[in-house]
Design a protein around this ligand. Structure first.
Ligand SMILES: *Cc1c(COP(=O)(O)O)cnc(C)c1O
Length: 387
């Protein structure tokens, strides 16, 4: 069969290949600790699961969702953004539900890029951005995220020639994989910069509700002028421990929202109706479980931060996300050599920074999606391995 050449221009999702390797190791009797997985080990709240179960039992809820009269999901999304960030969005024109934010992260490129158009993509970054630009026929210009800049892009370092030609820029704070957070000044400068060069800002904010101590992650949309220059993605995946549900959302610029709605009218037939009911229930429902959940992630973070500091590795203590990003130890050629030797010798899987882009070289990422005791066990193994 002759498939399209574009398939050769990007890699399949990394997690899929690693799962095959890790499953084989487990089948061989190895006690594998997979610290690569960005999928919470905790459940969505009961009211949300109950709402889905009940809505599924209604025999009328199994047709194409677009044939139903609209339910209040868009309003629930707009209202959630108002309560969480004090942002007003019109549910009709400035809000769009998504089948996971992955749905939006992918199609946004079709919406904004013509063949050969430039997209500014952070390096390191979530791999979906790179694949999305490539499949849409766009051209990637990397914006390095450097440790000395707190893993924020240096907009002044983007050449004016490139900025003038760019159609869009990705930003993602709290950040995956570096766990960095953005300052208010950064967003204000970003909006000024985007206006000057007429570049669409695409903010990916799925960790807005996974914050520690008294840190609260802002939304890009809460800054003056944001809606004129961009949109933000969010998701129930991390906020509501519901990665498998595939419920996401986008809010912001009317023209982008309209373009995405047009594309999605062909690429899917809307969200399964019971999921819409359950998402509405979740967004309107209690959020106190998040406080407990974040405290739990914070304890796990402390276990890993202490473990890594004890073996002398340099890192920033994360204020948000469930990741820890650290320097690889001395004595290894690169992050891949380090992580694959750790996997081979002590059956702990951590993701090499270079898998998120060239500027991720020299780092590795740990996900806090395991009980504290398991993380402590992984840290013990790592200490023994390195001594
Ligand atoms: C987890 C994650 C998402 C969420 O994706 P969903 O499709 O909503 O599950 C988006 N962006 C980044 C950077 C993530 O880490």
């Amino acid at each position: 069969m002759r498939t399209a050449k574009r398939l050769e221009a990007f890699d399949a999702y990394l997690g899929t290949a690693m799962n095959v390797i890790l499953t084989r190791m487990k089948d061989d009797g190895k006690d594998v600790i997979n610290l690569g997985l960005g999928d919470p080990d905790v459940q969505p709240p009961e009211n949300q699961r109950r709402a889905l179960a009940d809505a599924c039992m209604d025999v009328d809820h199994h047709h194409y969702p677009s044939f139903y009269s609209p339910i209040p999901l868009k309003e629930a999304i707009a209202d959630w953004y108002r309560r969480h960030f004090d942002i007003r969005c019109d549910p009709e024109t400035e809000v769009l539900p998504l089948l996971g934010s992955a749905d939006g992260l992918f199609h946004i490129h079709t919406c904004l890029l013509d063949h050969g158009d430039i997209a500014l993509v952070p390096d390191p970054c979530y791999p979906a951005y790179v694949a999305g630009v490539t499949i849409a026929g766009g051209v990637i210009e990397n914006v390095p995220l450097k440790k000395e800049n707190g893993f924020l892009p240096d907009l002044a370092a983007v050449e004016p020639k490139v900025a003038q030609k760019a159609k869009m820029i990705w930003v993602n704070y709290p950040n995956n994989p570096t766990a960095a957070v953005a300052t208010e000044e950064f967003y204000q400068d970003l909006i000024d910069w985007a206006r000057r060069y007429d570049v669409a800002v695409i903010s990916d904010n799925p960790y807005s509700e996974v914050c520690f101590e008294d840190y609260r992650a802002p939304s890009f949309l809460q800054f003056d002028g944001a809606k004129e220059v961009g949109v933000e993605f969010n998701s129930l995946s991390k906020a509501y421990n519901a990665c498998g549900w595939r419920i996401g959302m986008m809010l912001g610029n009317k023209d982008i929202i309209a373009g995405m709605a047009k594309i999605k009218s062909h690429s899917d037939r809307g969200m399964f109706y019971p999921l819409q009911v359950a998402a509405t229930e979740a967004l309107n429902g209690p959020t106190d479980f998040m406080v407990e959940r974040n405290r739990m992630y914070q304890k796990r973070r402390d276990v890993v931060v202490k473990g890594l500091q004890d073996i002398g590795l340099d890192l920033q203590i994360p204020r948000a996300t469930f990741y820890v990003w650290a320097d690889i130890p001395k004595g290894f050629k690169d992050s891949k050599e380090f992580c694959f030797r750790v996997l081979d010798e002590i059956a702990v899987w951590m993701i090499p920074g270079s898998m998120y882009g060239g500027c991720g070289e020299g780092f590795f990422r740990i996900a806090l999606t395991h009980p504290a005791e398991r993380l402590a066990e992984a840290m013990d193994r790592l200490r023994n391995f390195l001594s």
